[in-house]
Design a binder for this molecule. Structure first.
Ligand code: DX5
Ligand code: ZN
Length: 214
């Protein structure tokens, strides 16, 4: 299992050092939650902050856009150093155009599904994607409880990927930690986002190691 610590749970006054700390602790990717206070009821940070913290690691930057109009900002996040950009299928942007724009910038593209969005919603785009991110909490805040009832959705997406012979990764995000990682792994998730479970651990490197073993 690849582990992507969510910087949403870090100390924002020293985000660069926090990223370096996660790099040393064995994180595979850095998960950066961008929220606009419109698509979700919370505001975090945007491309300028990502650009400032980019030099603190060589690990991939996995940028999760929880914003209403992702298409408008793809160039900004590409310029800031994103390696993977995921946008919500429920956003207002033209999905095909946004995926195309991401790919044209040489970046990996992913679509994110909120808990109420069914697996089938992503099927028309699967062939163009590098990754599907399945939310296991309502997006907006860290520290929420894991929704185990999202696992059938993970399985349905996985089945479709296998059926078509694609190599699209499945990522899950929200409430993942020691108590829930086994279920996530069993359902077929390739990359797990973990905020609270890693940042609030006494020893983040041990926490990452335990999760990555699944
Ligand atoms: C929620 C974010 C998640 C969140 C995960 O909107 O997308 O990445 O920070 O945090 P935990 O692991 O604490 O649920
Ligand atoms: Zn996220």
């Amino acid at each position: 299992m690849l582990i992507a610590p969510s910087l949403l749970s870090c100390d924002f006054s020293k985000m660069g050092e926090e990223i370096a700390r996660m790099d040393k602790a064995g994180a595979d990717w850095m998960h950066l939650d961008v929220m606009d206070g419109h698509f979700v009821p919370n505001i975090t940070f945007g491309a300028p902050v990502i650009k400032w913290v980019r030099p603190f690691t060589d690990k991939p930057f996995d940028v999760h856009l929880m914003i209403s109009d992702p298409l408008r900002y793809i160039d900004d996040f590409a310029d800031a150093g994103a390696d993977i950009i995921t946008l919500h299928i429920e956003s207002d942007s033209d999905i095909d155009k946004t995926i195309e724009k991401i790919k044209n910038r040489g970046i990996k593209a992913g679509l994110v599904l909120k808990p109420k969005t069914p697996a089938e919603a992503v099927f028309p785009y699967l062939d163009k994607l590098d990754l599907v991110l399945i939310m296991t909490v309502e997006p907006g805040f860290g520290g929420q409880s894991f929704m185990a009832d999202m696992m059938p959705k993970v399985r349905a997406v996985k089945e479709e990927i296998t059926k078509r012979g694609l190599s699209v990764l499945i990522e899950a995000d929200g409430g993942i930690g020691e108590a829930t990682i086994a279920e996530v792994a069993e359902a077929g998730v390739d990359v797990s986002v973990a905020g609270t479970a890693v940042f609030k651990a006494d020893d983040p490197s041990q926490a990452i190691k335990k999760l990555a073993a699944y």
